[in-house]
Design a protein around this ligand. Sequence first.
Ligand SMILES: [Zn+2]
Length: 186
Amino acid sequence: MHVRTLTGGLAAACLMSLALAGGQAAAAPHTPKAAPAARVLTYDAGGSAEFRSAVDRGAAIWNESVDAVELRPAAAGQRANIRVLADNGWPRALPGTLGSGTVYIGRQAVDEGYDTVRISAHELGHILGLPDRKPGPCTSLMSGSTAGTACTNPYPNSAEKAQVERNFGGALTGRAPAARAEAIVD
Ligand SMILES: [Zn+2]
């Protein structure tokens, strides 16, 4: 009983600090200790055809949403961490080591009415180490297609953002994430 009350209080405190951190946006560092530099991941959207701007928007949304990682377009001739391609299948990701892999923006889902920016941000989410969370609500980015075609939310929720922060918060200390070979469809 007592433990339960304590746990509830801690959860509320965590939620509150998340809300405070979110409210401060990019204005100022929100902790006294120096924040580690974001891990920069380059992406090559040269093969994403008509989805190029949606992919750029999806990357920008991640940059707005998390501190630990930054997605940048690869310079010409530079080998990118992430390749983004358009094809006629269902959207999917082939993650390599954490922060690398190939994303396919599949026209099949776009033709069915799914939002291209949400697809882009979702598939990039897989590259950032997030699993699908299906079925799920529109507020969850990783609920993917289960939120329906009317869902155009391209933003990760607080749990999804926190998981990416954790995934990449450890990367700078040299912790090697396990390689993932399997494709994540949608
Ligand atoms: Zn997915």
